[in-house]
Write a protein that binds this ligand. Structure first.
Ligand SMILES: C[S@@+](CC[C@H](N)C(=O)[O-])C[C@H]1O[C@@H](n2cnc3c(N)ncnc32)[C@H](O)[C@@H]1O
Length: 274
């Protein structure tokens, strides 16, 4: 058994671990680290950073936290999906590592809205990052791992009006959504995107992972139209077949325009409305 697989079996879900007393210990240690590195003082506490899986480090991840946000802006702008006047909706925005980078990049015509199922992370973003052009919204949807007291997804609406968004970004979010959640999210994406707008997602696509399964992930359990690593923590890691994704897009008026990062753990999909 590989070290990765062993760790995954020991800790099937970091967000669940983040709700144990270990979080308090990490926050105390983080306080002292930030005291020695004032340049990191504005970052969220360790107990929030660890929930979004920054380079799989649970404490010393400050620099990676900052760099990954800047990286996504560079990636999407160089590919032509993002410009300074974009209207961005970020799904599963976590504790704002990308929101900070997007807000710096946008001009006075651009807007950013982030949503997440984790109430604590959204509260932190609302207190520390919110302004008239960047807003944060709690999605109170049921997720056994991320929001066990949430409501069924069926009636959930994204915090945006019809056709108002030019780019939806979702980094490692569909990799935590079971089929009915994904279907609702794609449907809502289609509603809020303007014609020609793009949906970006990074997620596990089984077709590109087959050779690598059994190491860190197995995705050996089928649940509805997706595959999970663990029935106990189903949303900890969810994978899809490419054909399922394509059908979900097609049924909702979106078409896939690009798939890249096929050799990474998670692949990147870009779909277009209309
Ligand atoms: C791996 S983290 C990535 C966070 C963020 N996208 C980033 O790049 O920093 C996955 C995020 O998805 C969020 N999440 C999980 N299920 C969700 C759902 N049903 N709706 C919205 N967000 C969800 C988690 O709370 C977490 O913030």
């Amino acid at each position: 058994m590989t070290k990765d697989r062993f760790l995954r079996m020991l800790v099937p879900s970091i967000p669940v671990l983040a709700r144990t007393p270990l979080a308090l210990v990490l926050d105390a240690a983080d306080y002292f680290i930030k005291h020695r590195h004032p340049e990191w003082s504005k970052l969220p506490p360790a107990s929030l950073r660890m929930r979004i899986g920054v380079g799989n480090r649970i404490l010393r991840n400050h620099q990676q936290f900052i760099e990954s946000g800047n990286g996504i802006v560079t990636e999407l702008s160089s590919k032509g999906y993002l410009d300074p006047a974009s209207h961005i909706l970020e799904l599963g925005c976590g504790c704002g590592r990308n929101a900070v980078a997007f807000s710096k990049y946008l001009n006075e015509r651009g807007t950013y809205a982030g949503q997440d199922v984790d109430r604590e992370m959204i509260s932190w973003c609302q207190q520390k990052l919110q302004n008239e052009r960047a807003t944060f919204h709690h999605a109170n949807i049921f997720s056994k791992v991320y929001n066990p007291a949430g409501n069924p997804v069926a009636e959930y609406k994204f915090p945006a009006s019809d056709g108002s968004i030019t780019l939806i970004v979702s980094i490692s979010v569909f990799s935590h959504l079971l089929y009915s959640d994904s279907l609702r999210y794609v449907r809502e994406s289609s509603r809020v995107l303007s014609k020609g707008g793009h949906l970006h997602m990074t997620l596990f696509i089984l077709d590109f992972l087959k050779e690598r399964l059994g190491d860190r992930w197995t995705f050996s359990h089928k649940l509805e139209n997706c595959y999970v690593d663990s029935f106990r923590y189903p949303e900890a890691a969810v994978a899809y077949e490419l054909s399922t994704l394509e059908e979900m897009m097609r049924l909702n008026g979106l078409s896939m325009v690009e798939i890249y990062n096929k050799d990474l753990h998670q692949q990147t999909v870009i779909a277009k409305k209309g």
